[in-house]
Design a protein around this ligand. Sequence first.
Ligand code: VGL
Ligand code: ZN
Length: 186
Amino acid sequence: MKNSALFIVDVQNDFLPGGALAVPQGDEVIAPVNELQKQFEWIFASKDWHPADTKHFEKWPVHCVRGSQGARFPEALHISRIEKVFLKGTGASDDGYSAFEATNADLEFCLRSRGIRQLFVCGLATDYCVKATALDAARLGFDVFVVRDAVRAVNLQPDDEQKALAEMEAAGIHIIQSDQITKFRL
Ligand code: VGL
Ligand code: ZN
């Protein structure tokens, strides 16, 4: 348990139904993410944390502007045990899809200094920030698991989710279900 961590990617109001960049069924990740937290000693999270004016908004509707209501965690998400929140996409020109690009703290250092070798990734969205974070973690040598029932995709194209899962699997990332955690966790 001590050498594994749960990483909650961008579960923020703007990515939930009714939000500025709503991920279809994005709210459905909250219950499994809350449940998953019970199985981990270490819990980290990221937030999309954009300036009001960024090139990122040429590709996407304005969302997760730092300090805004849309950038907050939803009330239903349990947050008291989150050790640290990594803020990303904070510049005027970076997308900051990966939590390893966070500018307030060094995610790789935070994990390594705690002896964490396994990263279980959940949250939003499968085809963007979950994928980018998981791929970076795998490249850095962490053993990476994406929890299928605790992620949802934007699906700009209907098969984006499938493509993202396939790309992650090809990079050696394990796609698992919540109820398989104990089979894999150190
Ligand atoms: C995300 C699109 C734009 C994400 C963030 O969190 O997956 N997607 N910004
Ligand atoms: Zn964004």
